[in-house]
Design a protein around this ligand. Sequence first.
Ligand code: TYD
Ligand code: MG
Length: 455
Amino acid sequence: MKTKKVYICSNCGHKNSKWEGKCSTCDEWNTYVEEIIVPQSKSEKKKASWLKESNEQTPTLIQNVIQNNIYRLPLTDKELHRTLGGGLVPGSIILVGGDPGIGKSTLLLQLALKSQFEILYVSGEESAEQIKMRADRIGINNDKCHVLTETNLSKILKTAHALKPSILIIDSIQTIVSPAVESAPGSISQVRECTVDLQQFAKETNVPVFIIGHINKEGSIAGPKTLEHIVDTVLQFEGDRNHIYRILRTKKNRFGSTDEMGIYAMESYGLRQVENPSELLLSQSDDTLSGSTVAVTVEGMRPMLIETQALVSQAIYGTPQRSATGFDLRRLSMLLAVLEKRAGLFFGQNDVFLNMAGGLKVHDTAIDLSIVSSLISSLQNIPVNSKICFTGEVGLTGEIRAVNRIEQRIEEAARLGFEEIYISKYNMKGLKNKSSKINVHGLGKIEDLIGDVFS
Ligand code: TYD
Ligand code: MG
């Protein structure tokens, strides 16, 4: 059969006969990659005439649609169970993405080992011995976990049809090849074809399928963006490899909310579920040091108290350095600019380092107020009492903006023994049943913060 070369946009999947710098469909730059494709057989081309042949269908009124209660497979891993929206939906297909070495294989092997159902774990990356070594580390013996080391999709699906497992795990989609596609493993057409076939398997057999996907330099799941459209759920496993904490976020979920997330700690015996993150993310020392303050954040639906640390020091070399771990560097620059413009605090001659305890990447903008406080505390060398915590977003004009779930935040801070909490004054208005255990202070602008806390 004759093959031909095409260029496929890795963002939107658009096909082009020649390479171009910019995709004409999605306007992204540098996204075209070369692929070899096998032309479709004649029988497939015939399908084009389907429009003429198919019969008319009667639509159903929405109130007449009978809704079957979706049964969900319960998982012993409570964090994963909750992240998926309360268990696994039969026939669903879940993509788990994350940096290399973050613990994707560990997460799913652990799920397989702890499960009371038959599970088929397919690995195209590691040998059975390597998987056994990991299982020994996790330290669970299970007679329901079947391991297959194979990369050929048709063989994998045959085995899966014969074994009829309750869950199928594919580690990873980039190593699997479909014999129907000529291009190399990991290429856009391979990844897409394999995912579509796995989806078909899931829908036909009602077996839920987990797919592990690698991440590219930009942090999105390698392969076409369309992959995320095909699957039902996209989970992202993230964290800093040098720290033990990991967050499992939901980027998309057809069967639940994307607000849910799971928190784990990578221990020597596998991943441990973290039920009470606040207590771990606060530093254990009782000394109050300048540059360290506590933020009350809400990640997903869970309130979490995190220590934010800043170090502002005299720049020795020409250009002052800016460095942030677990926080967006551009947002740090913005907060520094706000402090200069609105509060007259100058960081131009200083190196600024920012660190979130536990190395977790925080998405909640309510962390701003604590970061700003850490920066001022370090710049002026004034420690902030360790019984004080902060929650509020900082705007470009230096105003402290209201944040969501304020009652939940205050409650969590009070529960952990904090005595004072600084929030936006705009949050004060709607505040019901004020807690008696904690003093709540409302701030309108950055200047109020300086006046109240640093004077
Ligand atoms: P792995 O699951 O192989 O990551 P991925 O599949 O995302 O590439 O996990 C890799 C890291 O986790 C590795 O550096 C070792 C560490 N690890 C532990 O710390 N404890 C454990 O029990 C296991 C199994 C792994
Ligand atoms: Mg792996």
